[in-house]
Design a protein around this ligand. Structure first.
Ligand code: 3H9
Length: 701
């Protein structure tokens, strides 16, 4: 037997321990090893009960997700777990599964093959497969309704959220919570069963909860609304419904068919790419493993506006005391009021109790001076986007901060090197670009300047994790990665409007594609004046004769800055509900005429291709210039910071699904029609010619 499974006999109980760190995934050899150990225990006359447990920090966290790609690419056959669970159920000796950490996906499915389950108080169980674009594929949709009831099972399989041990006990997934040592108590539990003489129940035969009344249609409606565009939640509901209509074995067959369909879907490939991508971005190839990471014990933030306030909340949420400095009492009071309101909303929604809010507020010190800045381990500047002001602030804090203090800027476009140059410590200067709202969005772009030290990079990557963010390291180019790419995306969206599309049409195409909102609605949310100011700052860099969007500037000239002024691309009512505005339609028509453009019917396909491929082409240029480490980094930036749908895998992965050859040809068409702004990236051209994807390029480097 391999080392993946350990077998021992304690008294009369056989103990089977899964030993596949870090999360005891069901990698090749694990199910086989459990099966062999089970057979050994059943055959051993000195054994009267069996305990299955996970070694290390968790029970089985699921199937080995790395294997799915091998199955869909034909490198290996699919795996079959059903015989293992059947053997567990059919064992003449009681099988008790002891759960700690997370019994997720295939892990919970294996656990449900046991006659009984006991769990540590902190354990969690769940069927999160839908988050990978698949459904449970080892009878989870058939056994879970039999243990937990149909409604609970349908909800768990459709939405993928885990439940805690106490909830699992209440609904019947778990039979006992163990407060003491899990293994000792699981063995004692198994011996209690033996002593009682009870015939252990087989979960697959426990049909009493299957008649529970539930509206599958209502659940489908909820899934369509809250999981827009995703196929797996609906597929999971179909499979759970089958448990109420078919005998167990037939239900398993149905589940298998649906599972296979999902596994081979583009959605699943994209979501698995996103799962591993989120973990991949934390790995910085050029950082040595022993790079020193400084502890951040105290922080300071300059600016209590939307960004500064949100950043301060992040520090407080992580238990780090933070000073917030503003220039005027009025701005400081306004900023603190917003922070308080945000926390109060969370308390009202039951996310955490008032005591947590009070503790977090107590960690935030509002002030007008630099007092206490000398003790900070990191100072984050989050003021207005203007180079002169940033330089003034960095000069000031360089004179106050201790030598080991990291000086971070939250700039979204300005050069970190130019900012660092005004200090005597450019190696300590870095960009930490939070996304609005900073207390909600998971992305943190960590911008490395030419002189930023490895220790500062490693510390900021670790800090991102501590702040519960996904930190992605990027290079110092204009707009860094996310905003550099958003620029041509918005440009094309605006051009399309000037050429004949309506703002509603453009936004609807991208919303239907799966984005949280279309590009123009996003502009209204972020504030159109932000881009307007940036365009003014960089006007001197524009190539003479090059076409630039006009309508967005014209909107700003009319004071239409977006939601904050109640008017932007759309008109907003007091509840921020948008509606088309005839004034905007007239402005667009007027602008098209002024530009000499004859308005035409623009197809939805053109809208999607021009906006998406603008992102992809710019992303490819960023890669060839080395401002992102890998294409997956770009994908994760878009998935966690720009509302890009997980089931598309990010812009670079999406391009791979379309086929880079097709994307390249379309980019060439746009180049011929619209000019040099569409010059194809060399990398895109090369990969298209070689028949490769960006994901393959990542692996080959
Ligand atoms: C399934 O079970 C289908 C079934 O129905 C059967 C069908 C036949 N496989 O997240 P972490 C790696 S589908 C392979 O940083 P944490 C992860 O990549 C599966 N690898 O730790 C990382 O590697 P690295 C259903 C996995 O403590 C390392 O482990 N299950 C898997 O923050 C540590 O991970 C799920 O969807 C896996 N299943 O969180 C659970 N899981 O160090 C997915 C993790 O090289 N996993 N890795 O970057 C999770 O939700 C979290 O990893 C978990 C631990 C909560 C378990």
């Amino acid at each position: 037997m391999s080392d993946l499974i350990l077998y021992s006999v304690q008294g009369a109980t056989a103990v089977i321990t899964v030993n596949n760190p870090p999360v005891n995934a069901l990698s090749p050899g694990v199910p086989e090893g459990i099966g062999e150990s089970l057979a050994k225990a059943v055959a051993d006359d000195a054994v009267n009960a069996i305990v299955l447990i996970g070694g290390g920090r968790t029970f089985i966290a699921g199937a080995d997700i790395k294997e799915f790609g091998k199955i869909t690419s034909g490198q290996r056959k699919g795996f079959e777990l059903l015989p293992l669970m059947r053997a567990m159920e059919d064992s003449s000796k009681p099988v008790v599964v002891a759960i700690h950490g997370t019994a997720f996906g295939g892990g919970l499915e294996v656990a449900m093959g046991g006659h009984y389950r006991v769990a540590s108080p902190s354990a969690q169980v769940g069927q999160p497969e839908v988050k990978l674009g698949i459904i449970p594929g080892a009878a989870g949709t058939q056994r879970l309704p039999r243990l937990a009831g149909v409604a609970k099972a349908a909800e768990m399989c459709a939405f993928g959220e885990p439940i805690k041990a106490a909830d699992a006990l209440a609904c019947g997934i778990v039979d006992r919570i163990i407060e003491g040592d899990l293994l000792t108590c699981a063995i004692a539990f198994a011996q209690e069963i033996v002593a009682s003489g009870i015939t252990p129940p087989k979960p697959r035969e426990r049909n009493e909860k299957l008649s529970e009344a539930i509206s599958f249609d209502a659940l489908r409606a909820q899934a369509r609304k809250t999981k827009r565009g995703l196929t797996a939640p609906l597929a999971a509901i179909d499979a759970v419904e089958a448990s109420t209509q078919l005998p167990f074995d037939e239900g398993c067959k149905k589940e298998r068919e649906i599972f296979e369909r999902c596994l081979y879907s583009d959605q699943s490939k994209a979501m698995i790419h996103a799962f591993f991508g989120e973990r991949e971005v934390a790995k910085i190839p050029f950082l040595a493993k022993d790079t020193a990471v400084a502890e951040i014990r105290r922080a300071a933030v300059i600016g209590a506006g939307t960004m500064g306030g949100g950043i301060a909340m992040n520090y407080a949420n992580a238990g780090i005391p933070v000073i917030v400095k503003e220039a005027t009492q009025e701005a400081l009071d306004r900023g603190m009021a917003v922070i308080r309101k945000n926390y109060a909303n969370s308390v009202a929604k039951g996310r955490f109790p008032q005591s947590v809010m009070d503790a977090r507020m107590a960690l935030i010190t509002p002030q007008l001076t630099y007092d206490g800045f000398e003790e900070a381990d990191i100072i984050t500047e989050a003021v207005f986007e203007g180079m002169a002001l940033k330089k003034e602030i960095f000069t000031a804090i360089d004179g106050i901060a201790k030598p080991t203090c990291i000086l971070a800027s939250n700039t979204s476009t300005l050069s970190i090197d130019e900012i660092a140059a005004v200090t005597a410590r450019p190696h300590m200067v870095i960009g930490t670009h939070f996304f609005s709202p900073a207390n909600v969005m998971r992305l943190l772009e960590i911008v490395r300047g030419a002189k930023t030290s490895h220790e500062v990079i490693a510390t900021c990557m670790a800090l991102a994790k501590k702040l519960n963010k996904v930190g992605v390291l990027v290079g110092n180019c204009r707009g860094f990665v996310g905003n550099r790419m958003i620029h041509p995306y918005i440009r094309e969206a605006t051009f399309l409007v000037e050429e004949g599309a309506s703002p509603e049409q453009v936004d609807k195409v991208l919303y239907d594609f799966g984005l949280a909102m279309g590009p123009l609605a996003m502009g209204d949310l972020a504030g159109l004046d932000v881009g307007w100011r940036i365009r003014q700052e960089y006007r001197h860099l524009e190539t003479p004769g090059e076409r630039h969007p006009r309508v967005n500037d014209a909107l700003c000239e009319m004071g239409r800055y977006g939601q904050k002024t109640g008017r932007g691309w759309y008109a907003y009512d007091e509840n921020r509900k948008s509606s088309p505005d005839p004034e905007v339609a007239a402005l667009i028509e007027r602008t098209s005429a002024e530009l000499g453009i004859t308005r035409r019917v623009v197809s939805d396909d053109e809208i999607l291709d021009r906006t998406m491929y603008a992102l992809v082409n710019e992303g490819a240029k960023i890669l060839e210039e080395g401002f992102a480490l890998r294409s997956v980094d770009i994908d994760i930036i878009y998935l966690t910071g720009y509302g890009f749908p997980a089931h598309r895998g990010g812009p670079m992965f999406y391009a791979g699904l379309v086929g880079l050859k097709k994307v390249y040809e379309r980019v060439c068409e746009f180049h011929a029609t619209h000019g040099d702004q569409w010059a194809p990236a060399t990398l895109l051209k090369r990969l298209a010619e070689e028949g490769k994807t960006f994901a393959q390029w990542d692996k080959e480097r």
